[in-house]
Design a protein around this ligand. Sequence first.
Ligand code: CO8
Length: 259
Amino acid sequence: PKQYDNILVETKGKVGLITLNRPKALNALSSQLFVEINEALRSFDADKDIGAMVITGSEKAFAAGADIKEMKDNTFIDNYKKNFLGHWAEMTEIKKPIIAAVNGYALGGGCELAMMCDIIYAGEKAIFGQPEIKLGVIPGAGGTQRLVKAVGKSKAMEIILTGSVNLNATEALQYGLVSKVVPADQLVDEAVKTASKIASMGQPSVQMAKEAINKSFDVSLDAGLRWERIFFQALFGTADQKEGMAAFTEKRKPTFTNE
Ligand code: CO8
């Protein structure tokens, strides 16, 4: 894989692993860092040998937010003209599933980055929070929308309006923000294991399942069910559906070709 300045990129079997690597700033998400994340994700998305991705940080910090020092002198009109940080959302166009493996701080944009992923696993010392209000701003990359859907209105209000109420790993699990808590040193392996499992399935069905689930956040139940049914019907045009159902009938393991 290509070398980047702020992230490490490697493959583990069929899984693409991205490690945020700006230790001096606790992986604060500079514009450049996010450009690199998007580029690495796009390149894994296009790689037929990869089926899922994992994004992680360090033991101390997944990411301590957008880079405050980089943005502190920005003006409204510059932000508006440049659509400041608008490119962050590009990662939501990625078709393959992305698992966030969060150790340490996931604050502000770091929490939002994790929530833009499809599954979040937390290390035992993970801390999730949205402290933007303490800087005189608000979450800007989905915190006011995705956090509500993950933890409900009252908790999201408490977290975002105080900037000081954080969720530790156990609380994040209780609220459904994350789906698993593991010891810090096993976190990345555990995330890669789940990603490998996903990557061993047929990619068309995995990607359509991801897209259908994400539709549930956007559209009415009726429209979402329609999307689901069309995807379901369409999958009968894939070799993987023929193989999957033939293998079941013949009592053997399927070999998916992602076609
Ligand atoms: N930006 C820039 N630098 C940072 C950031 C950050 N977000 N977080 C930490 N750093 C730097 C520190 O300045 C420090 O650098 P230096 O050594 O040069 O002084 C270094 O990282 C280490 O940090 P600390 O010394 O503070 O480490 P501590 O262990 O004492 O504290 C904390 C760790 C609690 C995580 C603390 O660093 C902190 O509070 N960080 C800021 C958290 C924060 O407010 N995050 C929200 C940022 S705003 C945001 O994310 C908005 C997202 C909007 C997206 C918009 C899309 C349109």
